[in-house]
Design a protein around this ligand. Sequence first.
Ligand code: TRP
Ligand code: SF4
Length: 401
Amino acid sequence: MSVDGTENRVVSGMRPTGALHLGHYHGVLTNWLRLQQEYECFFFIADWHALTSNYESPGELHTAVPQMVIDWLAVGIDPGSTRLFVQSRVPEHAELALLLGMMTPLSWLERVPSYKDMLEQPEGPALANYGFLGYPLLQTADIIIYKAKHVPIGEDQRAHVELARELVRRFNDLYGREPDFEEQARACVERLEQARLYMELRTAWQEQGKTDALQQAQLLVKAQRNISSTDRQRLLGYLQGNHRMLFPEPEALLTETPRIPGLDGRKMSKSYGNTILLRDTADAVQEKLCKMPTDPARVRRSDPGEPEKCPVWGLHKVYSDAEVRQWVQEGCRAASIGCLDCKRKVVDRVQETLTPIRQRRAELEEDVDVVWKILNEGAEAVREIASDTMQEVRRAMGLQY
Ligand code: TRP
Ligand code: SF4
């Protein structure tokens, strides 16, 4: 349930750590493309997050940032409907992260799996800088500063959103308190047209634990048009406790994504060097795919093979229709097709996916100023929201002079 009618808002970020590849395309970007049709989306480049581990090579950011945005735009992320910006251009994120740090128990950060995993790596402890420990705190600020409800992420980020939810509960509990909360809340209820219904639903939730009553009451509050955001926070808070809901709890949006095998059959990933990049030329794509290893049993064209033992088959599972897949299975096992014939079908599909992306990339490369303009406009627009939130936060934390 959102606090300020931000039910429809999606926020997600990506670290600018290099050229995007087909794994990102099928895993993250197609999902973003879908979301931008339905939701108000804010997508940003998490340059501060990149520095938590790449602080020794900050120079890479200057090209990595626009290049990543070019990848986004080339696949069809629409700056007309979606806000795109660079995290560090909205310094309010940092202020919020600092303030959240005041109320965050150190142990909450120390038990985050990504932090614990890092410490267990051989070179891990050398990376144990303060920024890395605070990584999920900054991520929480990124999300809640916009009061976003949905956070599309991969499985590896689940613990971070879980922490964000805990921090929101703690924040609301600590700073949503008002000495006269009960009276204030009751006064708000009286001003509601459906005051009786609200109280009945509240009782049904508080005394009988009926979650549908809670949800119905939350919807009722959300549907109110002529009330201040403070009153809305009181009405939502009064349903569940004795404090205002300053921030809504964000929710992870985990989507099933196909596993894209890389050129060696392992997961496609920069660290394995097995990627096909969105910015690869048509020739490079062709060459990479043609050089892919196949089932080692097929030494000669006449040797039968087994698709399950071949990384090319993994790509057919993503790119080919049932008919082609059957052709591969039968032809490979009977040695009636050659590996190059088999690969050519994948090459065609991959080129079909990448050709339009490559064309739009080339146009954007010609005019990088446009990319910066989009990022500037995005930052300006979201900064208004972020700064409103910070006003509220400062007031709630006693920083109003
Ligand atoms: N940590 C995320 C990742 O590595 C990137 C990120 C930063 C993010 N801030 C965010 C994702 C806020 C979602 C919401 O993938
Ligand atoms: Fe792999 Fe296709 Fe060759 Fe079979 S025919 S080994 S699936 S490339």
